[in-house]
Design a protein around this ligand. Sequence first.
Ligand code: G3P
Length: 228
Amino acid sequence: MKIFLDTADIEEIRTVARWGVLDGVTTNPTLFAKTSGRSYEDVLKEICGITSGPVSAEVVAEDVDGMLTEGRAFAKLAPNIVVKVPMSEEGLEAMSRFAEEGIKTNCTLIFTANQGLLAAKAGASLLSPFVGRLDDINQDGMIVVRELAEIVAIHELESEVLAASIRNPVHMTQAALAGAHIATIPFKVLQQMVHHPLTDKGIVQFRSDWDKARQALAAKAEGTKTPA
Ligand code: G3P
């Protein structure tokens, strides 16, 4: 299973790349708005320099021509750019045109398995069901991930299911068990996945026992020295 970081924060991306667990990055206009003082294009180019995995860049146009213009410009920034297109009638048309042009797409804002199926048929490489936002309205978002993963497997579709809007470590485990090929997660959730109170306590305990054992050895060695 691949792990993407859901952020436009360069330092977060560099940190996770150093951990050796970064397979790609997803950005969106909201995440970009949290960065300051730089163009979206500059941020994307820098991210593509950190990871060779897919980097999703989202279009904001709502018409097909606008989506195509924005997406083609993103695709020129780096070979690993994936154009993120929202699920809509226009989005389907744009994804199908991008597929003809050899430009990879990530269909975003998927909330039903049927939307995902349509995006796959239109040629999207990545299908992004939003788990957390469905949970927010009292629906089980993980059901869409599971259904879509099953549909992709049964019909041997080429698209990958990318569980998005992941809000906590339990979502991550559930997405992995539901058969998601990828999950995109915020940096904070990745940190939560690393830590466990018993792990952190165990590290402190091992260090303390190690130090005690070495001190005891040193004291013993000191005591057995023959006087000169
Ligand atoms: O990449 C988009 C998605 O992950 C957004 O998550 O938490 O804003 O619903 P959230």
